[in-house]
Every structure is written in structure tokens, then in C-alpha cells.
Design a protein around this ligand. Structure first.
Ligand code: AVJ
Length: 322
């Protein structure tokens, strides 16, 4: 490793540290304390999320995969011209395999993920499984402006795959702006495959974010472990508990960390005071009705071609055309 690369890495590390420190302190010194949900996904957090996707209560991932597998012939037929697949927040890319195996025209696959460790694993494995597909990983926060690498795929028809209902993490207005920014990267006739979790009975929704095995609680609390590891603090993780519920007015699951007692903690020299029961809001997960999905597509300048769903309408895989 030469010194220039090394210097760059230090600089990169410092900006990451500064961003994390600034954003954490900004959120915790607000009247209503919050931590951006993107900080949940460090190496450990991404691993815990993978475990969540296998939980009996967390129906989303399984249902989405079933919807894709159950519509293979339709997908084959409808994506005959597709040459390039771009995935936002690829994680372990399990569902992607269904597309790569069944859409024969795909020549290039571009997974984009915030966790570089997760990404390099995924890229290695997919290169092995699909030697004829050009796999180019991009390690980026796709909620910030990003550009696509040059693809060799000829007569490109791009498909952006955004599964897992990650769109639900955005505020509804942000979701529109985000989809508009994706639309701007695409040409007419390009498409998006968007996974969306549907509005449904509260018990099913709340169980999915309060699993018996406590994995979701560990996932939520992991952000405190990260603060302890990366910042100067006397924070006691045991003094907080996982709290998650469906806010039916807003149409979203909220995840919080709740202080078990009155306490004052210090982070990077800043004092932060909690009342017993006060929470740090760590994530929102918006749920969409069919009509809301339609509106979201239209306001983002996409045409909603088709909505594929399971029999119980728990989850939808929406095909949007640019
Ligand atoms: C990855 C954002 C779609 O909101 O369901 C799972 C994250 N949080 N359990 C979701 C999550 C708690 C998940 N998304």
C-alpha cells in the first residue's frame, strides 16, 4: 500500500467519524431525540438485519421472494429487453438471484450498498455463480447523490431493483423526491422493481418488529454499541430498552430506544439528559395501501405497470416504467 492511498484512507476515515459524531450529537440534543436509521447498518447491524429476514414474524422478505418466484414466467416475458440490473441496498442479494437466474438478457449487475464488507462478500459470491455477468459493486449511501458506473451492456435497458420495502424508511414526501432522483438516472422505457410493505392488521405489523427471539431488539440496540465503540462516552446500553409500535395516524412502524430511568450521559463531552421513559427515535417503516402506491408512482413520474402480490396482500412487488 503506498503512502498516497494510506493518506486518503485516513482522510476518509476522519470524515466518516466527523459525520457520525456530528449527526449523533445533533439528533440527541434535539427536543425529540433521534438517530438516523442509516446508522443501524454497520457490519454487525447488517448481520442482525439478515437474521431478522429469517424470523417467523418478519413476513416481508419471505413473502417478497415468494412473489418473485411465483411470477417467473411473467418476469421472463416482461423483461426480455433488460440488459442491466442495478440494486439499491443490495445486502446479501438473495432475492436478486431469482432475477439473475431468470432474466437471460442481463449482462451487467450493479449492487449498491452502504456496508463495504457486505458488498464485497456479495460481489465475490455472485461473480462465482454468474461468471457471464459483469458485476460491479458500488459502496455508497444511495440516499445521497450517486452516479452509475459505465456499463458495457449493449443496447442497455436498465432495471433498478429496490426490494425489501426500504422505501418505507423515507418520509412520504422524501420517498417521492427519492424516486424522482432515480427516475432522472433512467431513460424512457427503463424500469424499476419496487418492493413495498402493505398496510394490514396491527398485530401482524407489530409482531414483525417485536420478535420473540429478540433479534430486532438487538438490531435496534446495536446502534448504542456503535456509539460506545466509535465515540467517547459513558453510555450504559443496559439502561435502554427496545420499543416498537404501529402509529396508525402516520401509517408507520416506529422503532425507539427507551430510557429505563432518569439519566444524564456524556458523549464527546456533551451532556445529554433523559427522563425515565423518554425515547430516541431510531427508525420509521411506512406501510402503503394500493392507492398510496399508485399515487407515489405517479408523483415520481413513473407509470405503475403492474403490482404483483401474495394471496393475502401482505406485500407488493411493483413494476414501474420510466
Ligand atoms: C430494511 C428498512 C425494510 O423497516 O422493515 C426490520 C428494517 N427494522 N426490523 C424494515 C427493519 C426493524 C426494515 N427495512
Amino acid at each position: 500500500m503506498n503512502s498516497i492511498t494510506y493518506a486518503k484512507q485516513i482522510a476518509h476515515h476522519n470524515t466518516e467519524f466527523e459525520t457520525f459524531k456530528t449527526e449523533i450529537l445533533k439528533g440527541l440534543t434535539r427536543e425529540r431525540k433521534y438517530i438516523s436509521s442509516k446508522f443501524l447498518y454497520d457490519k454487525k447491524g447488517s448481520q442482525l438485519f439478515e437474521k431478522i429476514t429469517e424470523l417467523p414474524e418478519y413476513y416481508q422478505t419471505r413473502t417478497e421472494a415468494t412473489i418473485l418466484s411465483g411470477n417467473i414466467e411473467w418476469l421472463k416475458d416482461s423483461f426480455q429487453k433488460t440488459t442491466a440490473l442495478i440494486e439499491l441496498g443490495s445486502g446479501s442479494s438473495t432475492k436478486t438471484r431469482i432475477l439473475l437466474e431468470n432474466i437471460p438478457g442481463i449482462q451487467a449487475y450493479v449492487p449498491i450498498d452502504i456496508s463495504p464488507e457486505m458488498l464485497s462478500n456479495t460481489v465475490d459470491q455472485l461473480k462465482k455463480s454468474f461468471p457471464n455477468i459483469q458485476v460491479t459493486g458500488v459502496s455508497a449511501d444511495y440516499t445521497e447523490a450517486f452516479s452509475l458506473p459505465d456499463l458495457d451492456a449493449d443496447a442497455e435497458q436498465k432495471v433498478v431493483f429496490f426490494p425489501g420495502s426500504t422505501i418505507g424508511n423515507f418520509e412520504p414526501e422524501e420517498a417521492i423526491r427519492f424516486l424522482q432522483s432515480i427516475r432522472a438516472l433512467l431513460g424512457t422505457g427503463d424500469r424499476m422493481i419496487l418492493g413495498v410493505d402493505r398496510k394490514k392488521d396491527i398485530d401482524t405489523l407489530e409482531a414483525a418488529y417485536n420478535d420473540q427471539a429478540g433479534i430486532t431488539a438487538a438490531f435496534n440496540k446495536n446502534v448504542l454499541t456503535r456509539i460506545k465503540r466509535e465515540l467517547e462516552t459513558d453510555l450504559d446500553i443496559q439502561a435502554f430498552s427496545h420499543y416498537s409500535f404501529y402509529n396508525s395516524t402516520a401509517g408507520r412502524i416506529e422503532m425507539h430506544l427507551r430510557s429505563k430511568k432518569d439519566q444524564t450521559i456524556s458523549i464527546e463531552g456533551e451532556s445529554i439528559t433523559f427522563k425515565k421513559g423518554e425515547t430516541i427515535h431510531t427508525e420509521n417503516s411506512y406501510k402503503y395501501s394500493e392507492a398510496e402506491i399508485e399515487t407515489l408512482s405517479r408523483k415520481s413520474s413513473f407509470t405503475l405497470m403492474t403490482t404483483l402480490s401474495d394471496a393475502d396482500r401482505q406485500f407488493s412487488v411493483c413494476i414501474l416504467e420510466a
